[in-house]
Design a protein. Structure first.
Length: 483
């Protein structure tokens, strides 16, 4: 089986899948790397189940995975021709012998009809090109005064026409048939035009007028999504820390300034934020009630004026701008949590947005957890991945500091090296045991050893994938037909 790119820079290219499948995500160690918006670091995984059927599994991504426009819940089967949507990337799952076009012709579904404009339709006026001709009338003096003509919008009956106006001429020859037809057409056009003009004047006079002292009704405003998030610390009237994240026109910009510790950071993200992420942010913020928050009701309630935070959100016809000191608003805190979990974590900005004291505090916590987990691996080998993960989290925070680095940096670096070496030792020893049991045809022991290794290695690692594949092949030996 293989994967074809349906859009982007690799449109039309295909990649053959190995029996082990493929991992998909933003990180470079994925089988299929998609460095674009809406794609998590480790987004999804294509694999085969015990029966050999292909399926795709979402690895807890932020924006989800779609198969033929249906969200993947846990795992979803894949059939040849299936379209996979991950972020902005479209992939087609194909049989190795199939070579379909990268962009297949659309189906012959009827095109949607354009939606009528919400603006009121302008009245239609029919204006004939030639209205200079007139109907001949009797030159003799009119004996009776004609009655007032009815409103132009009402049809004129023959009973209401004054007798002397269209008196039959006895002393002139009867006009020819073609002239009579032309005269009738011109007369009809004049009557229709007069009726339309009269109707327009009537509607204009009858239309309700807006009093001059009242403003016109407000129109619905559909403004784009705008977000501004700021944190700052002040000591003796001087800003010692400031972090700003802002989104405008789908673009995100991040700034950090911490002069005392010589930390400065700036990034303008080239890829726009996915519409799905913007829509989720809007809904989550609306659900908190933040857009109804009023600044004057929460200002001045804090006892701490050294820590300041500000959130400004605007979209459609809604807008709210609130600045607080300390933890004075539960609603404000909920929106700040949404920003951290939805944006900072997704774009790996959580560490950057913290000041030095908070970074050191988090680093020490991660280092403590790592050391405790590593000390217990003799009795609980499954704690080894936990130790490695926490060593990496601590080390990443210590590496943000210029030389000389904190003293705990060396402890975290040495601990990570020992933990990774131990994990490699377990991998080699387990591989040796599985091969030995397999050669002795002790397949049940080989499967048990695979299960032990699977409990140690992370589920998204290449080693885990290989062990699982080996286990599946050995289990086939245990089937009744192979004994």
């Amino acid at each position: 089986m293989k994967i074809m790119y349906l859009n982007g820079a690799l449109t039309g290219q295909t990649m053959e899948l190995s029996p082990a499948g493929a991992t998909i995500g933003r990180e470079s160690d994925n089988t299929i790397q998609l460095p674009m918006g809406g794609v998590s670091r480790y987004h999804a995984k294509i694999e085969r189940d015990a029966a050999g059927n292909w399926l795709i599994r979402d690895l807890g991504s932020t924006n989800g995975t779609l198969v033929d426009d249906v969200p993947v819940i846990g795992a979803s089967p894949l059939a040849p021709g299936t379209v996979i949507s991950i972020g902005d990337q479209l992939l087609r799952f194909l049989d190795s012998g199939a070579t379909p076009a990268a962009n297949p012709a659309p189906s012959a579904a009827p095109q949607p009809q354009p939606t009528p404009s919400a603006q009121p339709q302008q009245p239609f006026f029919f204006r004939p090109q030639n209205t200079t001709s007139s109907i001949p009338v009797d030159p003799a003096p009119v004996q009776e005064q004609p009655k007032a003509a009815p409103a132009a919008s009402a049809p004129v009956s023959s009973a209401e026409v004054p007798h002397g106006l269209f008196k039959k001429q006895q002393d002139k020859p009867r006009p020819s048939g073609s002239k009579k037809i032309l005269s009738n057409v011109i007369f009809a056009l004049i009557v229709i035009l007069a009726a339309i003009v009269g109707l327009g004047l009537f509607l204009k006079l009858e239309a309700p007028r807006t009093p001059s002292n009242q403003p016109p009704p407000k129109k619905k405003v559909d403004n784009p999504f705008v977000l501004y998030y700021e944190k700052e610390s002040v000591e003796d009237g001087i800003k010692v820390f400031r972090f700003v994240l802002q989104i405008e026109n789908g673009q995100m910009e991040v700034t950090l300034d911490e002069p005392q510790n010589k930390r400065r950071y700036y990034e303008l993200f080239k890829d726009p934020i996915p519409d799905t992420l913007i829509a989720r942010l809007k809904q989550q913020i609306l659900d908190t009630g933040f857009m109804e928050l009023q600044q004057e009701k929460i200002a001045g309630t804090s006892q701490d004026n050294r820590q300041h935070r500000r959130i400004m959100v605007g979209f459609d016809n809604k807008f709210c701008d609130v600045k607080v000191s300390n933890d004075v608003s539960e609603t404000f805190n909920r929106v700040e949590t949404i920003i951290n979990e939805t944006l900072l974590d997704e774009y790996d900005l959580g560490v950057i947005s913290q000041n030095v004291d908070r970074i050191l505090e988090d680093a020490r916590t991660f280092l403590f957890v790592a050391e405790e987990a590593f000390r217990s691996i003799d009795t609980t080998p499954s704690n080894l991945p936990k130790a490695i993960t926490n060593y990496k989290l601590a080390l990443r925070r210590y590496q943000l500091f210029d030389d000389p680095k904190p003293v705990e940096w060396k402890t975290a670096r040495d601990g990570l090296a020992k933990a990774e070496a131990k994990l490699e030792e377990i991998r080699l020893e387990g591989q040796k045991n599985v091969r030995l049991f397999y050669e002795l045809r002790e397949y049940d022991k080989a499967v048990a050893e695979c299960n032990r290794l699977l409990s140690i290695f992370p589920a998204d690692s290449e080693t885990y994938r290989k062990i699982r594949e080996t286990k599946i092949n050995i289990e086939k030996k245990l089937s009744p037909g192979n004994k």
